[in-house]
Structure formats: structure tokens, C-alpha cells
Design a protein around this ligand. Structure first.
Ligand code: ASP
Ligand code: MG
Length: 438
């Protein structure tokens, strides 16, 4: 058995859906279980519609556009609107209730977001059936995926694994399962965070002991750099789970980091493949225990503020750091430590968080400076720290760019520099030239 997940861009319109159906058909002998995202952009549309606050009736009208898009896709595939009639009527009802003043809680928003995946799986199962492949659309909660009640970022409950195994065994034909969503024990719909379909996929792979988990996307696997930044970026044949995890943490956007652990725990290989170039072998992510020391890829993260905080001499370094981190934690703002040296603490915060109150508070007892619009550019690769002269090569490659700061490495598989956002593209290209050639 294999799990095949197709993200939003792979199911953007009727021709793509038809293409996906052919890809699934071509892997039929591997007994595929399919996991799907919503049609491209639909989750955003649903959120924006639910949140819109124009004159009464507006949400219902906007929802009609989303419904029309799905009906158009069904029509183009020669399928009946009946396939999603139940979901459409529930979606209309939810939007009417919001228009009549019902409060948009996280719980209500999760229910509304769920329609994206609930409609896409029905369309795909219909399309597969139309080309002679028996298929069954499944809402993940109907095959036993149970989560906690953390609406918007729910997590799986352990009993789901057995439930899923039993349910899938009783399905005839190809199961086409909703990614991203679940239900709590009370039967209320939850979601597992944006991009959460990868998590569902990994959970299914682990539950079913799949031979391989395939994530079908729009690049030839994981690349040596973002192809939008480096046009000569190449495919990476193999990555370890740890490398992939690090890549995602440092800005890559191929796989939801939550999607790695369930597969890794069961040692199930994850292959990243290209829906638009299905013959390409993509990238195989596995435990790669014999991998040599190397640079695998160059990543970047924009929109970063760097805070430097130097403490008064009175507090011990430990107390000082605890106090600073405590303050961020209390305000639910995630931070990454870049370095701690002689009572100076440097950390990064995503620009989207307002830290002015914290800076003011810290300013009472410490000197605080903030650099805005920074980018973190990173090398990621197995046992990178053991490559002779890696730090020198890194600095020399960037000799024409001002490096604002060099964070202390957090592990043997990454080395980073902080540069101004305006220099990010140049920095990534220079490093790519050094490590992968032009
Ligand atoms: N449809 C959801 C999103 O757009 C989940 C996913 O695609 O993984 O975030
Ligand atoms: Mg995704």
C-alpha cells in the first residue's frame, strides 16, 4: 500500500484533477490510499468569506462563488452536482447563520474550512470512478481520525491509529480521504493547522504501515534552493528525516514539519513528487543512516526582526534568559535564540508579531536594540558541522555582502547567517554557486 497526497495546486481545476486521477490509476498496483487538500485557494476563500463583514447577506453571496467554482469543475468533468449536494447545503446554512449574527468562533471557522476538503474528495472519487477506478470519498472523521479540541491546530488522539486501520480495511476501491480535518470526541469538526494535509497523510501512512508516503506537489521534489530564487536549483535525490525537518524549520515550504514525525517513528519513506512531471523520481526522505557529511540545500526565511538584549550585570545569565524567554512565552510569541554571549542575548522574532510592549518592558532593565527586515539564510545538510572549513567557506562566499550577524549553530545540520532582506536573493545565489556550481 502507498499513500498519495495531492496538495491544492495539484487539484486547482478540472484538468488538473483529471491528471491526478490518471496518476493514481498509473499506481493502481501499489494499492493507493489518496489524501487530498481543498481545491487551490479554497481554504483561503472560505476563511475570507466567513470573516467578511459587509452588509447582511454578503457571506451567502460570496459562498455562492465558491460553490459555483466546484460546480463548474464537476460539469467539466462530466460529473453531477449531486456529488457535493449535502456539503453545499450545509455550507450555505453555516454562512446564513453567520450573516444572521452567529459568532465566528474558532470552532465555527474549523467547520467552515472543512468544506474545502469535503468537497474536493467527492469530486476526485467521482473522477476516478468515471475512468473506471472504483473509489470512495471518505471524511477522515468517518474513518476514525479523532483529535483533541484545539480548534485551528488540533492534534491527533492515539486511538485514531487503530480506528483508521480497521476502517480502511473495510473499504472497497480506492479510499480518497480528506486531509487537514478531524473531529474531537464530542463530534465537533476540527482542523490541524494550515498545510495540515501533510500531517493527515503521515498519520495515515503510519496507521496503515504504508510502503511509501508520496507527497505530490509542483516541484521535482526538494530542491537545492528555492527555484524562484535560483533558476538552476537542482533536485535532491535523498534526504534524511532530520535534514528535511531542519529545512522546513529554516524556511523551506515543501512539507508541513508536522508531517515528518509519524512517518519517521515508523520508518516509512516519504517521497516528494511532481504532479506536473510525474515521471521524475523526486526526493526520497528516509532515515539515511549512512549519509555522508554534505550541504543538501540552501534555505531562507524573510520577515525577521532581530532583537539584541544585554542584561544588567546584577542578574545571573540563567535568570536573565529565563526572564526574557518567559516574557515572550507569556505573550504567545515564538522566538529563536541566535546567540548568548557575555550576557548578550540575540533572538529572532517573526515580523508579524508586535513586540513593542515587550521591548518597552525589557528596556527598564536591559539595553535593547532591534534590527528589522532581516533574512536568515541557511545551509542545511547532514553532519555539516564536520565539513572542514565550512564556516570559512560560508563567509568567503558572501564576501561581497554585509553579514549582519552569524548565529551560533543550533545543530550539526545547519549553519546560518543573518543578512538584510534586500540582500537575501544575492546571498542565496552566491552560496548556491559555491556549493552546487552555476
Ligand atoms: N487546505 C488546507 C490549507 O490550505 C490544508 C492543506 O492544504 O494542507 O491549509
Ligand atoms: Mg502544503
Amino acid at each position: 500500500m502507498i499513500i498519495m497526497k495531492f496538495g491544492g495546486s495539484s487539484v486547482g481545476d478540472s484538468s488538473r484533477i483529471a491528471k491526478v486521477a490518471q496518476i493514481v490509476k498509473s499506481r493502481y498496483l501499489d494499492s493507493p490510499v489518496v489524501v487530498l487538500s481543498a481545491l487551490h485557494g479554497v481554504t483561503d476563500n472560505l476563511i475570507n468569506t466567513a470573516k467578511s463583514s459587509e452588509e447582511s447577506g454578503s457571506r451567502v453571496l460570496r459562498a455562492e462563488e465558491i460553490i459555483k467554482r466546484h460546480h463548474t469543475v464537476l460539469g467539466e468533468l462530466g460529473l453531477s452536482n449531486e456529488l457535493i449536494a449535502e456539503e453545499v447545503s450545509q455550507l450555505r446554512k453555516e454562512m446564513q447563520e453567520l450573516d444572521s449574527g452567529k459568532q465566528l468562533t474558532l470552532q465555527v471557522l474549523d467547520k467552515i474550512m472543512s468544506f474545502g476538503e469535503r468537497m474536493s474528495v467527492r469530486i476526485m472519487a467521482g473522477c476516478l470512478s468515471s475512468i473506471g477506478m472504483e473509489a470512495k470519498a471518505c471524511d477522515s472523521f468517518d474513518i476514525g481520525l479523532i483529535t483533541d479540541s484545539n480548534f485551528g491546530y488540533a492534534d491527533i488522539l492515539p486511538e485514531s491509529y487503530n480506528n483508521i486501520r480497521e476502517s480502511i480495511a473495510n473499504i472497497n476501491g480506492i479510499p480518497v480521504v480528506t486531509g487537514f480535518i478531524g473531529k474531537n470526541k464530542e463530534g465537533e469538526i476540527t482542523t490541524m493547522g494550515r498545510g495540515g494535509s501533510d500531517y493527515t497523510t503521515s498519520i495515515l501512512g503510519a496507521a496503515l504501515g504504508a510502503k511509501e508516503i508520496q507527497i505530490w506537489t509542483n516541484t521535482d521534489g526538494v530542491m537545492t534552493a528555492d527555484p524562484k530564487v535560483v533558476s538552476t536549483a537542482k533536485n535532491i535525490r535523498r534526504l534524511s528525516y532530520a535534514e528535511e525537518f531542519e529545512l522546513e524549520a529554516l524556511g523551506a515550504n515543501t512539507l508541513n514539519p508536522r508531517g515528518i514525525k509519524p512517518a519517521m517513528d515508523k520508518n516509512i519513506p516519504v517521497r516528494i513528487l511532481n504532479t506536473f512531471n510525474p515521471e521524475h523520481k523526486g526526493t526520497l526522505i528516509s532515515n539515511c543512516s549512512r549519509l555522508k557529511s554534505r550541504v543538501a540545500s540552501i534555505t531562507y526565511k524573510n520577515d525577521i526582526n532581530v532583537l539584541s538584549i544585554s542584561a544588567q550585570k546584577t542578574a545571573s545569565e540563567g535568570e536573565f534568559i529565563e526572564r526574557v524567554l518567559g516574557l515572550f512565552a507569556k505573550n504567545n510569541i515564538p522566538v529563536n535564540i541566535l546567540s548568548i554571549e557575555n550576557g548578550n542575548l540575540a533572538l529572532t522574532v517573526d515580523e508579524k508579531y508586535d513586540v513593542s510592549a515587550i521591548v518597552k518592558e525589557l528596556g527598564k532593565s536591559a539595553k535593547v536594540t532591534m534590527k528589522r527586515n532581516m533574512a536568515q539564510v541557511s545551509l542545511v545538510g547532514n553532519k555539516l558541522g564536520m565539513m572542514p572549513g565550512i564556516s570559512e567557506t560560508l563567509s568567503e562566499s558572501l564576501n561581497r555582502i554585509r553579514v549582519e550577524m552569524i548565529p551560533q549553530p543550533t545543530s550539526e545540520i545547519n549553519r546560518s547567517v543573518m543578512v538584510k532582506e534586500a540582500h537575501m536573493v544575492k546571498a542565496v545565489r552566491m552560496l548556491h554557486n559555491t556549493f552546487f556550481g552555476k
